[in-house]
Design a protein around this ligand. Structure first.
Ligand code: PAF
Length: 284
């Protein structure tokens, strides 16, 4: 495995890789969720590139850029163990040279849900993912369903800019108690960690309702709230039952099903989770 920090080095090494090439973009502090993406990429491609870059443009003022967990040496070891060919770990100035002012704005889809709570977040994600796709030029790029809106936004950007890459969505990986894996989970105190599984319990309660025939978006949202609100360590920011592609809040359920998602604070840690409810069943 080679570890590269400049775009020039990455391009030269990429050109020598046998194809197809799979890219797993990450912000590091790798966990089993990321490793699931790497394994999916490994299974489907001749070569695998992992990028590790804590992207400053997707963090708002007052968000956790400074405290975002980092451990590059550990990430390199885990990547090597998974058979990754190249790790691209550029500096901020490599990705954003001083005179760079180009951004990729996904439009209204990036202003809903997470985008409403974190203005500019999806412009940052759209910009960095487009840069990474242009630098690595993978055949496939892998993203987790845990960041459901991010996936929708990236598919939208790829379609809109005619980027020649297939976006592959991989299922959310969960702790045995249901908590979705996230690099931020390490910052939960023991009491917050004990409370956090209520988020998935809420989503699971709504999924059970869905399986039993519940089709009212308001009742699905209420089922999530009923499970989470009693938890004093958690402060719900939103519960959404939205169209899975347009992300518009639903009054009635369309044929495409529902993206049921939430964001909650546990102290200073912001947690998100979601399940997709569709005619084929409930996943997440
Ligand atoms: O999901 C993430 O870790 C990041 O948002 C991504 C896609 C690597 C862009 O910085």
């Amino acid at each position: 495995m080679r570890t590269l920090t400049t775009i020039a080095e990455l391009r030269a090494a990429r050109a020598a890789l046998p194809g197809p090439v799979g890219l797993v973009p990450t912000m590091g502090y790798l966990h089993e969720g990321h490793l699931g993406l790497v394994r999916a990429a490994r299974a489907e491609n001749a070569s695998v590139v992992v990028s590790i870059f804590v992207n400053p443009t997707q963090f708002g003022p007052g968000e956790d850029l400074a405290t975002y967990p980092r451990d590059l040496e550990r990430d390199f070891k885990l990547s090597e163990h998974e058979g990754v060919d190249l790790v691209f770990a550029p500096s901020v100035s490599e990705m954003y040279p001083p005179d760079d002012a180009v951004t990729v704005d996904p439009g209204p889809i990036g202003s809903r849900l997470e985008g409403a709570a974190r203005p500019g977040h999806f412009r940052g994600v759209g910009t960095v993912v487009t840069k990474l796709l242009n630098v690595v030029q993978p055949d496939r790029a892998y993203f987790g369903q845990k960041d459901a809106q991010q996936l929708v936004v990236i598919e939208h950007v790829v379609r809109g800019l005619f980027l020649p890459v297939t976006i592959v969505a991989c299922p959310t990986v969960r702790e045995p108690d249901g908590l979705a894996l996230s690099s931020r989970n390490v910052r939960l105190t023991p009491t917050q960690r004990a409370a956090a599984p209520a988020l998935y319990r809420g989503l699971a309660r709504a999924s059970n309702g869905w399986r039993a025939g519940e089709r009212s978006p308001e009742c699905l949202r209420a089922a999530v709230r009923a499970e989470v609100e009693p938890e004093r360590e958690l402060c719900l920011e939103y519960v959404s039952a939205a169209h899975p592609r347009t992300l518009e809040e639903l009054q009635t359920v369309p044929a495409e099903g529902v993206l049921l998602s939430l964001a909650s604070h546990a102290g200073s840690v912001r947690l998100i989770d979601n399940v997709r409810l569709g005619e084929e069943g409930a996943t997440g």
